[in-house]
Ligand binder design. Structure first.
Ligand SMILES: Cc1cc2nc3c(=O)[nH]c(=O)nc-3n(C[C@H](O)[C@H](O)[C@H](O)COP(=O)(O)OP(=O)(O)OC[C@H]3O[C@@H](n4cnc5c(N)ncnc54)[C@H](O)[C@@H]3O)c2cc1C
Length: 415
């Protein structure tokens, strides 16, 4: 089969992993970014391969908690009220996605992707020589007591039905798994298949370096629009490098993908669920597992350097609105409730734009009616987790291989 020239626009983790998968599948691949690779949302995420997150965000349990969360401006979910009129259509779709039948359908679509994450990542990580930073120790989701866990048990049972293996630990067993936790956390759920990387930026750069080593090309430029002729993709028109010719184009621009969905006149509801992190390089707390706090909706990543990253919460606001750094700082107080005192020497804060669609399921696949154009966006909270799988699916679509994977749940024209 003749080698195909593929242009991947956007060198976040989704674009990088897709470019590498396509290169390994034999395509001639050019990756474009207006900045350095992995410097946007993929820079500061929490580093988790969150394979148990099969239930979409819009589920009735979450919706019930929303009013309480909204009363606290520093709580797990905040909304910039001035942005509400713009956000309203997205929110309406979010609520529509919470109907039980819809939740069941979306859960199935997510589970199919999440169940193959480790298999899709393993060869990329091996090829990139990054095994040393892939920590396959599992995650612990913490509950103060069994009553708090009981309220979440139905969701865990549902996850189990969708292929997630987990087990509950109580009291001394929790302490045995993670001695640094404070005593009031008496119950935890361990998901053994969950894994994390020491630092998502270093990891993403490692995959990027592997892409270059394998013969991929990187162009630092801004893509203006997809070049089209009679319904067929010709390549990408850039601001400084003219037209980059290609037989296929993949749009992987995260929250900025709307420029291209608008060009093609798709009505894709893509909004930013902004999230914050605090990195504590000298935290002085040794953790083995990735830690999730269910009630506060934030996580703790044990970083390779011996530090900790605290990350999470959702802020619904325009992607360019100024950050509210109080939302990052509050994570330190929340972490102290879990692991006791932490050293904040040399701490840094960061904010990123999760590219989110209201039904949580990413958009992966061809643009109907345009030959050679593909989208890989809308990964929301799961961009790092699903990047290798997204790339593997794109490679199967662009270099067609026999298979029976149903890509219809991820199509762009479902909205
Ligand atoms: C606090 C926080 C914690 C998170 N934790 C996790 C986690 O633990 N696990 C997980 O799986 N996910 C997590 N996420 C989500 C994850 O970070 C995102 O889903 C992921 O980074 C999105 O990757 P992306 O490649 O789609 O977008 P980005 O990383 O934003 O990359 C898009 C790229 O496109 C480029 N671009 C845009 N427009 C153009 C253009 N016109 N021309 C050229 N280049 C362009 C940008 O410069 C950018 O480099 C977290 C997010 C946040 C905010």
């Amino acid at each position: 089969m003749a080698s195909q020239r593929v242009i991947v626009v956007g060198a976040g983790i989704v674009g990088i992993a897709s470019a590498l998968q396509l290169r390994l599948a034999g395509c001639e691949v050019t990756l474009i970014d207006r900045g350095e690779p992995a410097m946007e949302t993929s820079y500061g995420n929490a580093g988790a391969f969150a394979v148990s997150d099969v239930i979409p965000l819009a589920e009735p349990g979450v919706l019930r908690k929303v009013p309480g969360w909204m009363l606290d401006p520093l709580g797990p979910l905040a909304l910039r009220w001035r942005y509400l009129p713009t956000l309203a259509p997205w929110l309406a779709r979010f609520v529509a996605a919470s109907r039980p039948r819809k939740v069941a359908e979306l859960t199935q679509a997510l589970a199919v992707l999440l169940n193959r994450v480790n298999d899709d990542y393993a060869p990329l990580i091996e090829r990139a020589g990054l095994n040393h930073m892939w920590r396959r120790h599992g995650a612990l989701t913490l509950y103060r007591d069994e009553a708090e866990f009981d309220a979440a048990q139905a969701a865990w049972d549902d996850k189990h039905r969708h292929g997630v293996t987990w087990r509950k630990a109580v009291n001394g067993e929790v302490r045995q798994l993670e001695p640094a936790l404070r005593d009031e956390w008496r119950c935890a759920v361990k998901v053994p298949a969950w894994s994390h990387v020491d630092d998502p930026y270093t990891f993403s750069r490692g995959l990027f370096d592997a892409f270059i080593r394998e013969g991929g090309r990187f162009v630092r430029d801004e893509a203006r629009e997809v070049a089209l002729l009679q319904g067929k993709t010709q390549g990408v028109d850039t601001v400084n490098s003219g037209r980059l010719a290609g037989d296929a184009v993949v749009i992987a621009c995260g929250i900025w993908s709307d420029r291209f969905t608008r060009q093609l006149r798709y009505r894709v509801p893509l909004e930013s669920e902004r999230g914050y992190h605090v990195t504590l390089p000298k935290a002085g707390v040794a953790l083995h597992h990735f830690i999730q706090c269910a009630s506060e909706s934030f996580v703790i990543l044990p970083m390779g350097s011996g530090g900790l990253r605290l990350a999470g919460t959702v802020e619904l606001a325009h992607r360019d609105a100024p950050p509210d750094w109080r939302r990052a700082h509050i994570l330190i107080d929340k972490a102290r409730q879990i692991v006791g005192d932490v050293d904040t020497t040399d701490m840094s804060v960061w904010m990123g734009n999760r590219p989110s669609v209201p039904d949580t399921v990413p958009i992966i696949g061809p643009a109907p009616g345009v030959d050679g154009l593909y989208f890989a966006t809308g990964h929301g909270h799961l961009g790092l987790t699903l990047a290798a799988t997204t790339g593997a699916l794109l490679a199967d679509m662009i270099r067609p291989r026999p298979g029976d994977f149903d890509v219809s749940p991820y199509r762009i024209n479902r909205f």
